[in-house]
Design a protein around this ligand. Structure first.
Ligand code: SF4
Length: 499
């Protein structure tokens, strides 16, 4: 008798998860289109479109490979499964282990058999074993172990080039006057894209952000083209400009592969293999390949591992007692005069994407400095980014961006004033504010709030030896009282959209 695979929409791969080793002769594929899921958030148009259209394309691929595909539209996942079971009384349902804790809980409740999740290079149990063997969850230690385990960029027992991490070479600001960054490929809408977009328009759903404009492929073929483009045009300079924030390129030399890795259209193994092959042909600096490998086998796996390690409840952490509502500027860039924030929110609105430094050092930094309630910001990030899923957003926002977990993940908060953004970006020249000023009408809000944050959170961070320099700087400020007053004005202005 045929088994039924409940296909999860972020597991679009015939060779992974529940579909691995399946054939049309022994497997029926079931998809539940849940109204509740669609109505659960105010989605960025491009994020929800990519998610739905990639699924539809994958279903076409399955049908043309001979699979029977049954799609049920239902009020929610549970109703859809019940409908299917009522029609197929003896069917055994299996699924790949989901990528989210709540979904895993739900599928267990519905009695669905789960097969191990192999969409990552590190199994959940292997990460757990590593985490249990550590005093603190330092990503660098995990990454080194991954390099050895996967035998990547190794020369015997030593890292190629003698150093594990070449990040110090990878912090160049955007070069002045440079305009020839790689231009990301635009993808044509096909009939399936058109149909998906028309169908979404008929559903009960709240949307924001710009309409799909071809920035993101919705097929594996398109994802592979993007991988090829990155290897040819981006990889060589990826490392050096990994943290750069030029104003004239939203993508810089970034791979733009996370949306595809996170829905299964690409696997981390094939991405790494393509990058290493190119490096071995020559012409790619070691700092670039090392930086890229670290993102894939280090950070990405570490984030997934910590998500499962910390488990249920972690997403509600709020150790700094931040209680401010989400700032209006996150929805509407016209609600701020800060050029960096306005430009980046504009980029995010345009295509549901910003690379890791604008996310961390501008958008999240501002939310942390302003004391935005973590779940408010987490929701916005999850609604918005084309590569957003619980496993990636929860640790990135709660642990890394907002330091809301009391330091379980990071030993110090990622906070910075305007000087960091001024050094790594090109926004300050055209800004109403001055990154060097901390008081007065034109003081950079980041700079003012940075010092105010350190002062507000003395109890939490003063004895943190990694923050000694910062508190040393704070002690030398002669205008702290004035700065604190300005910080209150800034916080009020951020809340009412006038800063
Ligand atoms: Fe951003 Fe401050 Fe620079 Fe303006 S001055 S662009 S607010 S960092």
């Amino acid at each position: 008798m045929k088994r039924t695979v409940l296909l999860l929409p972020d597991q679009l791969n015939l060779h992974r998860g529940a579909l691995a080793d399946s054939s049309p002769a022994d497997t029926t594929v079931l998809v539940i289109d849940s109204d509740r899921y669609l109505a659960s958030r105010p989605w960025h148009r491009q994020r929800i479109f990519l998610f739905y259209s990639a699924l539809e394309h994958f279903l076409v691929e399955l049908r043309s490979a001979g699979y029977q595909v049954i799609k049920i539209r239902a009020a929610n996942m549970a109703d859809g499964i019940t409908q299917y079971r009522n029609q197929h009384l003896t069917a055994e349902l299996i699924a790949g282990e989901p990528n989210s804790i709540s979904q895993q809980y739900a599928l267990n409740q519905y009695g669905i058999k789960l097969v191990p999740n192999d969409f990552f290079l590190t199994s959940r149990s292997d990460f757990q074993a590593w985490a249990n063997s550590q005093k603190s969850l330092k990503m660098e230690n995990f990454y080194r172990q991954q390099r050895v385990r996967l035998n990547l960029l190794m020369s015997g027992d030593e890292p190629v080039g003698g150093k594990w991490n070449l990040d110090h070479e990878n912090r160049l600001p955007p070069p002045k006057g440079k305009s020839d960054y790689p231009k990301p490929r635009q993808y044509e809408f096909d009939e399936i894209d058109e149909a998906v977009w028309q169908e979404l328009a008929t559903r009960e759903i709240t949307l924001w952000g710009d309409e799909p404009d071809g920035s993101w492929a919705t097929t594996r073929a398109g994802a592979l083209q993007r991988l090829t483009d990155f290897i040819a045009q981006g990889l060589a300079d990826f490392g050096a400009y990994e943290d750069a924030m030029p104003q004239n390129s939203w993508s810089v030399y970034h791979s733009l592969l996370t949306p595809y890795l996170n829905i299964g259209l690409l696997t981390p193994a094939e991405v790494i293999s393509a990058a290493i092959e190119k490096y071995e042909q020559g012409g790619i600096p070691l700092a670039s390949i090392e930086g890229f490998v670290r993102q894939i086998i280090g950070w990405r796996e570490y984030i997934n591992g910590t998500y499962w390690h910390f488990g249920t409840g972690y997403e509600k952490s709020n150790n700094l007692n931040a209680d401010r509502k989400l700032l209006p500027l996150y929805w509407d860039e016209s609600k701020t005069k800060m050029n960096c924030v306005g430009s980046i929110v504009g980029d995010v609105k345009a295509r549901g994407y910003a690379h890791h430094i604008p996310r961390l050092m501008v958008l999240s930094n501002l939310a942390l400095l302003a004391g935005v309630e973590p779940t408010e910001y987490l929701d916005w990030m999850t609604n918005t980014f084309v590569d957003a899923f619980d496993w990636v957003m929860v640790p990135n926002v709660i642990g890394m961006g907002l330091h809301a977990d009391g330091g379980k993940m990071m030993t110090k908060p990622y906070v910075a004033g305007g000087s960091y953004i001024s050094k790594m970006g090109q926004y300050c020249n055209g800004c109403f504010y001055d990154p060097k000023l901390r008081v007065g009408e034109t003081a950079c809000p980041f700079t003012t709030l940075y010092w105010d944050f350190l002062d507000r959170h003395r109890a939490e961070f003063f004895n943190n030896h990694r923050m000694r320099q910062q508190y040393f700087g704070l002690a030398k400020l002669s205008d702290l009282a004035e700065l604190k007053l300005r910080a209150q004005q800034v916080l009020t202005g951020l809340a009412n959209g006038t800063i």
